[in-house]
Design a protein around this ligand. Structure first.
Ligand code: DQA
Length: 146
C-alpha cells in the first residue's frame, strides 16, 4: 500500500507558523513522524508540498498508477479550489482529507471544503497525528472495498 501525502500552502512552515493552532513540530520532523507511523502500519509514503495550486493539481494527476491513495491537506486551497476537487475526482484515487487544526471551530470562510467532497475519509483537528489516522482509515477503506 503506497500513499502520496500531499500538503498545500504554508504547511511547510508548521512549527513556526501560528504554533498555538498548528503546533511546534517543524515540517521535516512532521514528515519523519508520519512516515514512521505509516511504515508501522505497512504503508509506504511519499510526500509533496507546494504553495501553488497548479502544482498540487499536477501532483494529483501524476499520482494515477503510482499510488494506491492520496492523503491530502490542501490547506487554504481546501476552501477555494475547485481545480483540486476536479483533479481528485478525475483520477478517482481514494483520498483522505486532513486538517491539523479544527477548522469546524474556526472562521466562516473555512467551513467549506471543496477537496473534501472527493474524499472518503476526513480527519480534522487531531494535530499532525491526523495524517497517520487518515492513512489508517484510507487503508481500511481500500481493503474493505476489495
Ligand atoms: C489547515 C486549515 C486551513 O483552513 C488553513 O488554511 C491551513 C491549514 C489545517 O491543516 O488545519 O493552511 O488545512
Amino acid at each position: 500500500m503506497k500513499f502520496l501525502v500531499l500538503n498545500g500552502p504554508n504547511i511547510n512552515l508548521v512549527g513556526m507558523r501560528e504554533p498555538g493552532i498548528y503546533g511546534d513540530v517543524n515540517y521535516e520532523s512532521m514528515l519523519a513522524i508520519v512516515a514512521k507511523e505509516c511504515a508501522e502500519m505497512g504503508i509506504e509514503t511519499e510526500f509533496y508540498q507546494s504553495n501553488h495550486e497548479g502544482d498540487l493539481v499536477d501532483a494529483i494527476q501524476n499520482a494515477l498508477g503510482r499510488f494506491d491513495g492520496i492523503v491530502i491537506n490542501p490547506a487554504a486551497y481546501t476552501h477555494t479550489s475547485i481545480a483540486i476537487l476536479d483533479a481528485l475526482k478525475a483520477v478517482a484515487l481514494p483520498a483522505a482529507e486532513v486538517h491539523i487544526s479544527d477548522v469546524t471551530k474556526r472562521e466562516d470562510f473555512r467551513q467549506i471544503s471543496y477537496a473534501g467532497m472527493a474524499c472518503c475519509c476526513h480527519v480534522i483537528g487531531k494535530g499532525i497525528a491526523g495524517y497517520a489516522i487518515a492513512a489508517k482509515q484510507l487503508k481500511e477503506f481500500i481493503e474493505h472495498k476489495q
